[in-house]
Design a protein around this ligand. Structure first.
Ligand code: FAD
Ligand code: NDP
Length: 314
């Protein structure tokens, strides 16, 4: 382990981590970033490296390719001399300052820490999923719903939580019909959102049902669903399939050292990025299960950096 004590270490390399790095580097904090090596199954650069066109990130009126956008974020971090290790952080010791960060390749000490490790959308691993992923299947209706392939088509949403309800309602703007497939006969979503969903003329429910296969040739043409009570299977014609079955925040490496909510997200003090440990800040999807957008992740990355700067000055 090196004797050097870093001012700020950033863990994670999505929009939150890189925005934090850009602000910290320009504030002369000389940040050190661990960008991860296929951490959580995602390449360095985060979730946007798994998509094609990003149409809602401001500053790109014609849209921008997801991996290209993340290359630009990285280039901007490097321009201000962020040091980047392509390693995954495996362990932390937050019991004393300086904090200890242990990656696959080294141990470092730091006075402050920003955790921006994101979250991973849950998948089902059904036949056809790999073939049509991002070519008819998506885990983000807000991101992809407006794409031409989904316009005036029948769209299927899987899930019964607030995300499923919000995404299904959002998709009614683009599709001719939205079918929500839910594995039980009651929704988990809040009552007001349920009412909105169930009274919508474009939305149809398939209760007690699971999607077992995504079907198609060049593009998605349908899904095979099974009723879990009657065991009857049928094919629903559809050109879009949206997963809204939850996300898994990348927090297992924290090993109980920060306060997490019941679903594993880092708890931050409202209106700030402060975690339960002084000097440790959290930004992006790892602490946000509601908005989950690149621009909101970048926004909290900025906040975390400014808060770390203030903390170090004190
Ligand atoms: P992430 O992007 O999740 O990045 C976190 C990074 O940290 C990852 O690279 C991960 O490998 C790394 N990491 C994890 N654990 C460790 C560790 N222990 N050590 C080191 N590194 C680690 N949003 C939009 O605004 N517009 C869109 O069009 C859009 N499209 C999307 C399409 C898809 C398919 C998906 C899945 C998401 C999309 N989103 C979109 C959502 C957006 O990608 C996320 O909200 C955003 O990327 C979150 O940024 P983040 O920085 O919090 O984390
Ligand atoms: P949730 O965990 O609340 O819901 C996931 C849904 O997917 C559940 O209905 C679950 O079924 C279903 N599901 C999970 N795994 C599978 C599977 N393998 N096969 C089929 N179905 C599956 O996740 P959300 O993303 O909806 O919400 C996460 C949190 O964020 C919640 O606290 C929610 O309230 C909050 N949120 C709030 C919003 C708002 O207030 N506007 C918007 C979005 C999210 P089952 O019900 O049977 O478990």
């Amino acid at each position: 382990m090196s004797d050097t004590i870093e001012k700020l270490v950033i863990i994670g390399s999505g929009p939150a981590g890189h925005t934090a790095a850009i602000y910290a580097a320009r504030a002369n904090l000389s940040p050190l970033m661990f960008e991860g090596f296929l951490a959580g199954g995602v390449a360095a650069g985060g979730q946007l490296t798994t998509t094609t066109e990003v149409e809602n990130y401001p500053g790109f009126p014609k849209g921008v390719d997801g991996p290209q956008l993340m290359d630009l974020f990285r280039e901007q971090s490097l321009r201000f001399e962020t040091r980047i290790h392509t390693e995954t952080v495996e362990k932390l010791d937050l019991s004393q300052i300086p904090f200890q960060v242990v990656s696959s390749g080294r141990k470092v000490l730091t006075k402050s820490l920003i955790i921006a490790t994101g979250a991973t959308a849950k998948r089902l691993s059904i036949p056809g999923e790999e073939q049509f992923w991002q070519q008819g299947i998506s885990a983000c209706a807000v991101c992809d719903g407006a794409l031409p392939i989904f316009r005036n088509k029948t769209l299927v949403v899987i899930g019964g939580g607030d995300t499923a309800v919000e995404e299904a309602t959002h998709l009614t703007k683009f599709g001719t019909k939205v079918v929500v497939v839910h594995r039980r006969n009651s929704l988990r979503a809040s009552k007001i959102m349920q009412k909105r969903l169930l009274s919508h003329p474009k939305i149809e429910m398939q209760w007690d049902s699971v999607v077992e296969e995504a079907l198609g040739n060049e593009g998605l043409t349908g899904v095979r669903i099974r009723n879990v009570k009657t065991h009857e299977s049928k094919i629903l014609a559809a050109e879009g399939l949206f997963y809204a079955i939850g996300h898994i925040p990348n927090t297992s490496f924290l090993d109980g050292q920060l306060k997490l909510d019941e679903t594993g997200y880092i708890v931050t003090k409202p209106g700030t990025t402060q975690t339960s440990v002084n000097g440790v800040f959290a930004a992006g999807d790892v602490q946000d299960k509601v908005w989950r957008q690149a621009v909101t992740a970048a926004g909290t990355g900025c906040m975390a950096s400014l808060e770390a700067e203030r903390y170090l000055a004190e």
